[in-house]
Design a binder for this molecule. Structure first.
Ligand SMILES: [Zn+2]
Length: 254
């Protein structure tokens, strides 16, 4: 009856229990020592670690773990046929480090002239002007010396504006050019503005294209109000002259 069922149930748990115990301890040898002898357990662990170390050493000796050394040997032997240089190159690996510092040097290359953000077409410094004397013209009034620029007749006081961005290089006067200004546009190209009644900039000023720099007048060797506009390369305003009109006509940039 019910008793039979109970007895069966009691029998089953009894059997499995012993099996579970040994499995948990992992070997059956330790179960006894665990309760009391902790020191011996540690000693056993230490011994195991030492054994492991010994195994690793023996493996290394056998070459099993020597794989890193293997390739090296191959490289050397291969080098016998002329590849030994390859070995020398390997230690030279720091070379890339030298390449790195080169990069930071590059940014330090500011060559753009102040006031001139880039190439721009030279433009007329005065508005509504009439050309009264072309570049290269020869006349008695200049003692037969070819005209060094272009003359633009405009009312006195007319604003003279920078033909392109640049830096004011000279603000001066003499008996021929009267009051004049030179603006440096970079790359050795400079513009000259003569016979001014007013010079409204000073040396070193950074000017942008179209910026007011002075006023038209008739100072120096002039028969009436006009702007003498010159264009030249280099530092001597009497040499390496160019025809401003021709330069602007072909869209010349500075
Ligand atoms: Zn002139």
């Amino acid at each position: 009856m019910s008793m039979c069922v109970t007895s069966h149930t009691a029998t089953l748990p009894t059997a499995p229990t012993p099996d579970v115990a040994p499995t948990t301890t992992g070997g059956g040898e330790v179960p006894a020592p665990v309760p009391g002898d902790l020191a011996s357990a540690i000693a056993g662990l230490t011994a195991a670690v030492e054994q492991l170390a010994a195994v690793v050493q023996s493996l290394q000796g056998a070459g099993a773990l020597g794989s890193p050394a293997g390739p090296t040997t191959n490289v050397v032997s291969g080098g016998a046929s002329g590849a030994p240089l390859a070995d020398a190159n390997v230690p030279a690996t720091p070379v890339p480090a030298a390449t790195a510092p080169v990069a930071p040097v590059a940014p330090a290359a500011p060559a753009a002239p102040a006031g001139n953000p880039g190439k721009q077409k030279l433009q007329l410094p005065v508005k509504n002007a009439t050309v009264t004397s072309h570049f290269g013209e020869v006349s008695a009034i200049r003692n037969s010396i070819p005209h060094t620029g272009t003359d633009y007749a405009v009312p006195a006081g007319t604003s003279v504006d920078a033909a392109a961005g640049g830096v004011v290089k000279q603000v001066s006067s003499d008996s021929i050019g009267g009051n004049w200004i030179i603006v440096d546009h970079g790359d050795g190209l400079q513009t000259y503005y003569g016979h001014l009644s007013a010079q409204d900039v000073k040396v070193g000023d950074v000017v942008t294209q179209g910026q007011h720099i002075g006023k038209v007048g008739s100072t120096g060797l002039a028969t009436g109000p006009h702007l003498h506009f010159g264009l030249f390369r280099g530092d001597d305003r009497t040499k390496n002259l160019e025809d401003p009109q021709a330069f602007m006509a072909r869209g010349g940039e500075v």
